[in-house]
Design a binder for this molecule. Structure first.
Ligand SMILES: [Zn+2]
Length: 488
């Protein structure tokens, strides 16, 4: 019997963290049929000089809506990403009320005709997505539907309704509960509300993933809150896009990771993700109070998307203000208070390279793009560049971490964490989600000025055994799956 594909004479980096070894990988149907010595195959691929690794897992995506709007998922597939974890930062496509808009979210809203996770999954599958999707249920979404933008504690009845939404999501395959406590409306919740809701995910063996209340001056307090929630709720904690924001906090990721190491030593289950850039990005209106506009942040902002002022896209706000004869405060107001002001997405340069490196070197930190798939304007280049940037810039050019370790962070570590037992390793019998890349060439090409360029050096990407990306060409295989969490 012949296999469908055999990749010959490649270096296999199997995802476990162990050294690469020479060999072949054969794919038959949707699984790996042989690893080491290949089978005869209908299609033979010369893997000389190439690395074969498990498909990458983007642990931090905001692609809920993209699975329906851009099912080709080119910006991820071309990086070697075969699975997204979506529903992050408290914003998820489910639950949903068709035709209505929840408060908060702005650019992170995912409107659609579905009501719950199962219906959302069906809607995604109908579009034949290129890659797989695993979902978190978001606190901001759930709170928004139940309480609107109320700036108060939840009543017992409201808490029960929120719990029911999360329960339904977990029943339908979500991997956990996410918060974005910096954002409306989640920021109006107290720790006990979050603990009660995270407890629902805990009952199903799911995790608590959090964009913490503060990532700057109160970073350590926020880590404490997250760890406390995990303890009280009985679930693992995953800290999203770990960073130390603002010049006076630079370098403090070390302290924060030390807190986490201590918690792990005491038996707590904690992981994190990071994106390989010194700028973040998000819905701009969420970062400013109109009655007290923070100028330090305003100085650090570049406009990614601004439907009311397209000519501002791709420019620093301070340059815009100068060119238009506006004060910086007025430029902020103008960007976020127009008819579509809540859709404005900004990029904020608030981090330090040392903290990015510290994160990448920590064994519990995974890679997550945090990319926002708004393809109008000039999105943060992490949407197109994250994974090749780690491999090219941080591994090959700067030696920040070994290649095998970088691959582990992108594959087996997230699969163990997010309950994906049939993926994440190059191993016979597992699903054939694979990436073939040239370790001498792989690099991101997306820049601040040209953010929508696909990377170099990614040769082939297989999703469930189908060739989805072939030397720069998206084949339209459409074999992405909606993954259901399986507790370890
Ligand atoms: Zn976030």
């Amino acid at each position: 019997m012949a296999a469908d594909y055999t990749i010959r004479n490649a270096t296999i980096i199997d995802g476990s963290g162990r050294e690469g070894f020479p060999g072949d990988v054969s794919i038959d149907g949707d699984v790996m049929a042989a690893v080491g010595e290949g089978l005869d195959a209908a299609v033979e691929i010369d893997g000389q000089g190439m690395v074969v690794a498990p498909g990458f897992i983007d642990t931090h995506s905001h692609d809920d809506g993209a699975f329906v709007r851009y099912p080709g998922m080119e910006f991820k597939l071309a990086q070697g990403v075969t699975t997204d974890v979506s529903g992050n930062c408290g914003f998820s496509a489910a639950p949903n009320v068709p035709g209505e808009t929840p408060p908060g979210g702005g650019a992170l809203r995912f409107p659609g005709p579905w009501h719950d996770l199962a219906e959302y999954f069906d809607a995604c599958l109908a579009e034949k997505p290129a890659i797989n999707n695993l979902m978190l249920i978001g606190h901001n979404t759930v709170r928004g539907w139940v309480m609107g933008n109320e700036q108060r504690e939840a009543t017992a009845a409201e808490l029960a309704q929120m719990r029911a939404h999360i329960e339904r999501g977990m029943e339908q395959g979500a991997c956990g509960f996410s918060t974005g406590l910096i954002y409306e409306p989640g920021r109006y919740s107290d720790t006990s509300e979050v603990t009660a809701l995270a407890g629902v995910a805990g009952q199903y063996g799911g995790i608590y993933a959090t964009h913490m209340r503060n990532e700057g001056d109160y970073l350590l307090e926020s880590v404490d809150e997250a760890l406390g929630i995990g303890r009280a709720a009985g679930c693992g904690v995953h800290i999203s896009h770990h960073k130390a924001s603002g010049p006076k906090n630079h370098g403090r990721c070390r302290e924060s990771l030390a807190l986490i190491d201590r918690a792990v030593d005491e038996g707590h289950d904690v992981t994190l993700d990071v994106y390989p850039y010194i700028a973040g990005s998000g819905p701009m209106h969420q970062y400013f109070r109109l009655d007290n506009i923070g100028l330090e942040l305003a100085e650090a902002i570049r406009i990614a998307s601004c439907p009311d002022r397209r000519e501002w896209e791709g420019r620093m706000l301070s340059d815009i203000a100068e060119a238009e004869g506006l004060s910086l405060e007025d430029a902020v107001r103008e960007a976020i208070t127009g008819p579509r002001g809540k859709e404005t997405i900004c990029i904020q340069f608030t981090m330090h390279e040392d903290d990015v490196e510290t994160n990448l070197q920590h064994p519990r930190v995974m890679v997550g793009s945090d990319g926002i798939p708004n393809l109008n304007g000039a999105p943060h280049p992490r949407l197109y560049g994250t994974f090749p940037r780690v491999l090219g810039n941080y591994v090959r050019e700067r030696g920040v971490l070994p290649l095998t370790e970088a691959i582990r962070k992108m594959t087996s570590l997230p699969c163990e964490r997010f309950g994906i037992p049939d993926r994440g390793y190059v191993r016979e019998g597992l699903v054939a989600d694979l990436v073939v890349f040239d370790p001498r060439e792989v690099i991101d090409l997306a820049t601040w000025d040209e953010p929508k360029r696909e990377p170099a050096g990614i040769r082939k990407v297989f999703v469930s055994g189908a060739l989805a990306y072939d030397d720069g060409e998206h084949t339209g295989a459409g074999t992405g799956k909606m993954l259901r969490y399986r507790a370890g």
